[in-house]
Write a protein that binds this ligand. Structure first.
Ligand SMILES: Cc1cc2nc3c(=O)[nH]c(=O)nc-3n(C[C@H](O)[C@H](O)[C@H](O)COP(=O)(O)OP(=O)(O)OC[C@H]3O[C@@H](n4cnc5c(N)ncnc54)[C@H](O)[C@@H]3O)c2cc1C
Length: 273
């Protein structure tokens, strides 16, 4: 049995009952029919140390076709690859996605976003395998909100179509590089799952966590980043239990001190006692 830590950016997680790699749409659908849980980049999840008692499908279906202003991507395509390939084609609009280590499918599910833009701004439709049927769901049907969508467990985003604008290749590449540099300046390197908590309305949660004194605070191998207080980094040997204990400690403190009920952006997989 393979440990899921190999498939998560935290580098944390026990084994699944079975792990299947899907490199085409048919394989992905086959997995979903077997009730598999889908992992894309594993960049927004915390997998239990006890693993997952079921089939996990690692989605590597990464295709791209560009026709006019529409770019249709397989859901296992990495966002960074999508963004860089579109730049090469002289298609603008997804520069913001560079440096997000997730896949297109995970990004649709989470309505991923950065630097004032998000998936919902550009998505035209997603082909979703749901209840044994392939459905084409248009933007308005996808219930997009802040880091949320109407895609639920059991659904599989198979591919997604994005609206792009024409532009000058060098100018798009310059903007992409600028965004990558901004990201490098504000976010830690190392094993993490990006932002742990959503920003409550009008509140920058990283600032609250920092004010509460958590920057650099660690439980076992899990540490609140010195560079960005809403990111927990696995500094070596962290367990899911360490990360969860740190998350719970931060939540309790924010509630007691500021009366703020922080909600996780990351998704828990498996059992947490
Ligand atoms: C260094 C770093 C920086 C990050 N920066 C950002 C950022 O700027 N903005 C941002 O929004 N996020 C950011 N993230 C978080 C993360 O990359 C995004 O949420 C990303 O969209 C998750 O995609 P994924 O493929 O990794 O999903 P996973 O983590 O693999 O899965 C997340 C959820 O989506 C489901 N899922 C995955 N693929 C599919 C599919 N094909 N169909 C249906 N469900 C699916 C999973 O079952 C799970 O519930 C960052 C993470 C890291 C580690």
């Amino acid at each position: 049995m393979e440990r899921l830590s190999a498939y998560t950016t935290f580098g944390i997680g026990g084994a699944a009952r079975e792990t299947v790699i899907a490199d085409c749409a048919a394989r992905l659908q086959e997995c979903v029919c077997r009730g598999a849980l889908i992992l894309g980049g594993g960049s927004n999840v915390l997998v239990s140390d006890d693993g997952y008692d079921g089939v996990v499908c690692i989605n590597r279906f990464g295709s791209l076709t560009v026709s006019g202003d529409l770019a249709v991507a397989g859901s296992g395509l990495r966002l960074g690859v999508l963004s860089n390939m579109l730049a090469e084609y002289g298609r603008a609009g997804l520069e913001w996605a560079v440096g997000i280590p997730g896949t297109v499918g995970g990004a649709v599910r989470m309505n991923a976003g950065a630097f004032g833009s998000c998936v919902a701004d550009r998505l035209v439709y997603a082909d979703v395998f749901r209840d044994g049927k392939l459905l084409r769901l248009y933007n308005a049907e996808l219930g997009f909100g802040y880091r949320t969508s109407a895609i639920v467990g059991g659904d599989a985003v198979v591919s997604a179509a994005f609206r792009t604008d024409s532009g000058d290749v060098n100018e798009i590449k310059r903007r992409t590089a600028e965004i990558a540099a901004k990201r490098a300046a504000t976010q830690p390197l190392g094993k993490s799952a990006g932002s742990v908590f959503k920003n409550p309305d009008g509140i920058h949660i990283a600032e609250l966590i920092e004010r509460a004194g958590f920057k650099g605070y660690a439980v076992g191998g899990a540490k609140v980043s010195e560079k960005h207080a809403n990111i927990i980094v696995n500094i070596g040997g962290a367990t899911a239990k360490d990360v969860r204990a740190l998350i719970d400690r931060i939540k309790n403190e924010l509630l007691c001190r500021y009366d703020v009920a922080a909600k996780e952006e990351i998704v828990y997989i498996g059992e947490f006692s």
